[in-house]
Design a protein around this ligand. Sequence first.
Ligand code: NDP
Length: 231
Amino acid sequence: MTKHLFITGANRGLGLTMVKQYLDSGWIVTACCREPEQADELTSLLEKHESLSVFQLDVTNYQELQQLAASLQGEPIDLLINNAGYYGPKDSSLGDIDVEEWRKVFEINAIAPLKILEAFRANLKLATSSTLAILSSKMGSMADNSSGGTYIYRSSKAAVNSVVKSLSVDLTEDNIAVVALHPGWVRTQMGGINGLIDTHESVTGLKRVLDKLDMSQTGLFLDYRGQEIPW
Ligand code: NDP
């Protein structure tokens, strides 16, 4: 049976490449982004892919989220990728932390992924075996933090890692595998031009990891090569 991907932040960067690769693999793709009317590259894919749908979703707009969930009621989702993310101010140094920006980053990176799961848990349950993948970052790893700093982004990804861990326990009864993923340091708007890999290499790796994922791996933090990252 044709599989169904639901993904956020699909208009650019890693999200857009994920949409392309899953469409090329024959999946049905529900792609969400904040401003579909501005998402030319994403919406141009609609012309040649009948299995693609594009919806407006700001992941912190919980009313919009509920409306979208209601419109997709009864549709099984095999893979839900929480990809949308926000880095916040590049130069947030100790002594000058922007609290408003911290709240915003926290809401997008840590709170919204849980609210999205709440909205689409029933859809994931309808698939025979399903996966919830949350784009985290090695920057959220306590064990990997030897350079300090980056308080805002690091803490938001550490928080979502904790969400992943609890969900992996709570969703076992639903047969939903839950993982945190590190995509590598990728050349996107967020990763910048010095990133070590491009979106194609990252997504090819992440897809390989997700293709063979099963319940025995629920609750893991994996990078795009399938290697486990210490929390
Ligand atoms: P980009 O900055 O290129 O893209 C971020 C995406 O998230 C955009 O589509 C953006 O939409 C969307 N987004 C941001 N805020 C919201 C919101 N409130 N509602 C809906 N969508 C939103 O980042 P990447 O593609 O590089 O990153 C994707 C994920 O991978 C993120 O979670 C990031 O933290 C993670 N990651 C990336 C790394 C890298 O090196 N690139 C390394 C480690 C992790 P819009 O265009 O509307 O702003």
